[in-house]
Design a binder for this molecule. Structure first.
Ligand code: AMP
Length: 298
């Protein structure tokens, strides 16, 4: 956190800004003692209206909503992506406050990883079957190891009753729900629909890095997943959409898939179950993901 953060805390009167796990724990325990449940919204900062939707949803559930801001190195498989990740702490505090957060918890690396970690990688290996091996798991080796490690640690430090995650990162949501279930963490994992810009682009912290031309190209991702979600033959439509994206000079797609929403097994049109259309692509070097529900199977 920047050295002027204490002065900044005074400006944002109704927002607590804490960096120590012990301090956040005592704030949370005071809330629990007062009979209030505690909501956690884990983020990597560079907040936007998508994060604010999570905070507002949190406020519907409790007056005690904590936003964690921590750019987690162990979930980045690409050092350039980590180094270029946008950081705007003071603006984030204002956005969190505007949406009704009680406080921002911005832990140090040492607080989250007291035992350190090797290089940039997680010291934990998770295997939740297809949930961690397919799609993002395959394209970003080690990504979910880092996600699970940091979320588990944030839950340990904050001790929330409820944690909110966006459908924007649909596979992450499935992994975290599975983590909470497998390890009986006593945290209710709640999902919030994806917030999009006017033209359909899913809001993402990485969007600020898109040039005008890249932004226009990125609109194709949401347009195509929506078209596939409505297609009479979604599997064939997904293959065509992948090829069309690959033909675009600014787009390098990683996958375009239709999978069962709960298991991440390939969607089977002979045995239709609720499913999700998911895409990942580098657009002018910026990695973006998006997804929507397959229509007609819910
Ligand atoms: P991040 O800061 O990107 O790690 O995201 C923090 C949380 O906000 C995650 O649960 C994301 O799924 C969620 N989130 C990010 N973008 C959006 C969006 N456009 N709409 C809804 N939730 C989002």
């Amino acid at each position: 956190m920047s050295s002027n953060s204490s002065a900044f805390t005074k400006v944002l009167k109704n927002l607590l800004v804490l960096t120590s796990g012990r301090a956040v724990q005592s704030a949370v325990r005071a809330a629990h003692a007062g009979g209030r449940s505690v909501v956690l919204v884990p983020t990597m900062g560079a907040l936007h209206a998508g994060h604010q939707a999570l905070i507002r949803e949190g406020r519907k559930r409790s007056s005690e909503v904590w936003v964690s801001i921590f750019v987690n190195p162990t979930q980045f498989d690409d050092p350039a992506d980590l180094n270029g990740y946008p950081r705007q702490f003071e603006a984030d505090c204002k956005l969190a406050q505007e949406a009704g957060a009680t406080g921002v918890f911005a832990p140090s690396l040492a607080e989250v990883y007291p035992d350190g970690f090797v290089g940039q990688f997680s010291t934990l290996e998770v295997n939740y079957g297809r949930l961690t091996s397919e799609l993002e798991g395959q394209d970003r080796p080690g990504h979910f190891d880092g996600v699970v490690q940091v979320v588990r640690r944030l839950f340990e430090l904050v001790e929330p009753d409820v944690a909110l995650f966006g459908e924007k990162d649909f596979q992450q949501l499935a992994v975290i729900a599975d983590l909470a279930r497998r390890e009986n963490l006593g945290v209710e994992v709640v999902s919030v629909p994806t917030v999009r810009g006017e033209e359909g682009l899913a809001l993402s912290s990485r969007n600020v890095r898109l040039s005008q031309a890249a932004r226009k190209a990125a609109l194709l991702l949401s347009a195509k997943i929506k078209a596939v979600a409505r297609a009479p033959q979604p599997l064939a439509a997904a293959d065509i959409a992948f090829a069309e994206l690959a033909d675009h000079p600014l787009i390098a797609p990683a996958y375009f898939a239709v999978v069962e929403s709960d298991t991440f097994a390939p969607y089977d049109p002979e045995n239709p179950r609720p499913a999700r259309v998911l895409v990942a692509a580098e657009v002018d070097g910026i990695r973006l993901i998006d997804n929507v529900a397959l229509e007609g199977v819910d």
